[in-house]
Write a protein that binds this ligand. Structure first.
Ligand code: MRU
Length: 357
């Protein structure tokens, strides 16, 4: 099914009468095709196959997957176990973004309070819709906080460099890092955005450039390897990225290449800002060393958009996330507030309630 997003608003996920409509991000920007997910398996496939991607969007999709599970299972005495098995299946779809597990845990807790399948069907749907809406609202809050922080010392417009896609496509709406960038633009302080192309999936080239162009923001696309040269130029004041998991000491897992960017930024005196909702914070892990890093097939490195670019016999290494140590991050912005020079105590101040016992 082909459908055009309205020029004003981009959506990755739309829930309509027991159907999760998922914009197939693999086909952007060439085509806007919507997948119609009416069972759990299609949601699992959508997440694993990256039709939907971006940490918050994966969590939201998984929550709707649980709502679909409740609609799918029959009125057998073990209906609760059947839904729980579907939750387990959703949990296997991708390993790194903690938003997936956070959303599934919220859905599990909602399920626990339901006495009948009929009640579970409406409660789980409502909970998934709430997770979706809360994420969009959190992004608006983070956008304002990030903007105010950046304008503290700004005497005029400045450029921002970003990595991967953290916009409406990756979230419930507006975006995390891209939401911060939108807020600076609305305040009149953005000269331009440099968007890393983000090999191998090209989220920057295909998705970030698409989102920003359709809203008329000044975006310049660059190869990942051009970032050092751009930062040396002095126009960029902030590197702003999202996150897939932030641990108790402030280490940040994000799209592969983020760690290198943070090193470059420190070398050139450019600020590093991470913008992520509290659903991305995992206080159960002390440091980033314990974050499971997804490894995908090497063929993704050996080809671009299905066209082979490397000799068939070559081995390829394809970790799709890396961990940036907290010491390289100037500030983490969440909807609960801001953690400057993140460390264990700064994180605990905002996220004590998420710490495991
Ligand atoms: O592999 P992806 O496209 O799911 O990776 C996405 C990222 O790494 C994003 O930067 C992160 O999820 C933050 S999105 C708001």
């Amino acid at each position: 099914m082909t459908h055009k997003n309205s020029p004003e608003k981009v959506h990755a996920l739309v829930w309509e009468d027991g159907c999760l409509r998922m914009l197939d991000q693999r086909l952007l920007p060439a085509e806007e095709v919507w997948l119609e997910c009416t069972d759990v398996e299609s949601v699992v496939e959508g997440i694993r196959g990256m039709a939907v991607r971006g940490a918050p969007a994966i969590g939201i999709a998984a929550a709707y997957g649980v709502a679909l599970a409740a609609l799918e299972v029959s009125h057998d005495p073990d209906w609760r176990d059947q839904i729980a098995a579907h939750v387990e299946r959703l949990a296997q779809s991708r390993p790194t973004a903690v938003n997936l597990f956070w959303a599934l845990e919220r859905m599990r807790q909602s399920l626990a309070g339901c006495n009948s399948l009929g009640i579970a069907r409406s409660v789980l749907t409502a909970e998934a819709v709430a997770i979706h809406q809360e994420d969009a609202e959190a992004n608006q809050v983070m956008g304002r906080l990030a903007r105010d922080l950046m304008l503290e010392n700004a005497s005029g417009p400045f450029a921002i460099l970003t990595h991967c896609n953290t916009g409406a496509l990756a979230t419930g709406g507006y975006g995390t890092a891209l939401g911060a960038i939108r807020s600076v633009w609305d305040a009149g302080f953005l000269s331009r955005v440099y968007a890393d192309e983000t090999r191998p999936w090209l989220q920057g080239a295909r998705l970030t450039a698409w989102e920003l162009l359709r809203e008329g923001l000044p975006v310049v696309l660059n190869c990942d390897g051009a970032a050092a040269q751009i930062l040396r130029g002095g126009e960029v004041k902030w590197v702003i990225v999202g996150a897939d998991r932030i641990t108790a000491n402030g280490d940040v897992a994000n799209k592969i290449g983020t760690y290198g960017l943070a090193i470059l930024a420190r070398h050139h005196g450019v600020g590093v800002m991470v913008v992520a909702p509290s659903s991305t914070v995992d206080m159960s892990l002390p440091t980033g060393a314990s974050i499971p890093i997804e490894q995908r097939d090497g063929c993704e490195v050996k080809s671009i958009q299905g066209k082979t670019i490397a000799p068939a016999g070559v081995e390829a290494f394809n970790p799709v996330f890396d961990v940036t140590p907290a010491g390289l991050i100037d500030v983490i912005v969440t909807e609960r507030g801001v953690v400057r020079r993140p460390d264990m105590s700064g994180m605990a101040r905002l996220f004590n309630d998420q710490a495991s016992g």
